[in-house]
Design a protein around this ligand. Sequence first.
Ligand SMILES: Nc1ncnc2c1ncn2[C@@H]1O[C@H](COP(=O)(O)OP(=O)(O)OP(=O)(O)O)[C@@H](O)[C@H]1O
Length: 364
Amino acid sequence: MNTAASQLQQPQPAPGPAAQPQQSQQPQQFQQPASHTQQWAPVIEAHDLVMDYTASMARAQAGHGVTGVIPAGTGAGYASANPAAAGPGAIQAGQPSQPAQPGFAMPTMHTLALNHVNFTLREGETVAVMGPSGSGKSTLLHALAGIIKPTAGTVIFRGADLSRMSDAERTKLRRNDFGFVFQSGQLLPELPAVENIALPMMLDGMPYRTATDTAILWLERMGLRALATHRPGEMSGGQMQRIAIARALAVKPAVVFADEPTGALDQATGREVMGILMAAARDNGSAVVVVTHDPNVASFCGRTVMMQDGRLHQTDANPNSAPAGGGCQPQADWGWPEGAEPPSASLRSAAPAGGSETTAGGAR
Ligand SMILES: Nc1ncnc2c1ncn2[C@@H]1O[C@H](COP(=O)(O)OP(=O)(O)OP(=O)(O)O)[C@@H](O)[C@H]1O
């Protein structure tokens, strides 16, 4: 990586409700890495999140807001994808919730994609979300990022309740304070790399020239200066992901949400992309939430949490990257931690009903 470019930094807003992204009219400058001493305050706090897609869709179709209240702790009244994990009174998948009435059957086979989840992300912290397919990982990420409105529960970003924001305010929040990296396909195919990176900055009001100058600096940092005028269709998967990372981080987001960011890459490229993502986020002071099936990807993060059947199970500080309690700690070379015990090893063996610091009403 270009040494000078690797120091690409932006001024960090002070944590707190009043913190706003700073919008410079100059290209970003090279600065010293951000201090992490102020990065322990919560940046996102999620309380008692419930996501019932069926109920939310029904309420939306009926023109109601999403205010459903579902009993905490048991998932009572709802089917579980894993009946053994369902609480007492839970309805098994495939069973109607009401006794059948002659001539009128209305099965409600709801599955809670989020079942009373609590989650705290601290400033600058890096967290991996793992778990089986369908366990609710992406739903959690989308709820934290304000992409979907949970059926119940609250998401607080630096003291502001997302559910109390208008759609326009939430859109602004996503644009200014959050960055997104998906598995693939997030780049606009008709724009060259430099404009793909510049676009979110321009949407935030930055003049074209300043935004593209800043984008060039990011391209240099990514080692992709030569691809500035290339369109996504002319790039490899790894190159596209590096462009996507630059685009996500160029707006100085407080939080980067990454959903399977290496899912379409081979292992070596995935390792490289994760190293770049984490180094850039660290230098930016951005917190990161990574949804992944890959324990090697999770091992880049300070902490791993495990989703199963809509519940968030135990948290596990990754010994190779952060002290207990999480936090973004730079690794020696931002490669795979050598000889690392994947955090998922212990998580995989965790009993679904084990103590959770993140399930509503559950003991830490
Ligand atoms: N838009 C939707 N409408 C209805 N149900 C949905 C929707 N999105 C997800 N679900 C359901 O919510 C549950 C959780 O899905 P989610 O995508 O969050 O799981 P995941 O853990 O991210 O899965 P994967 O690892 O396969 O991506 C699943 O049962 C899924 O079918």
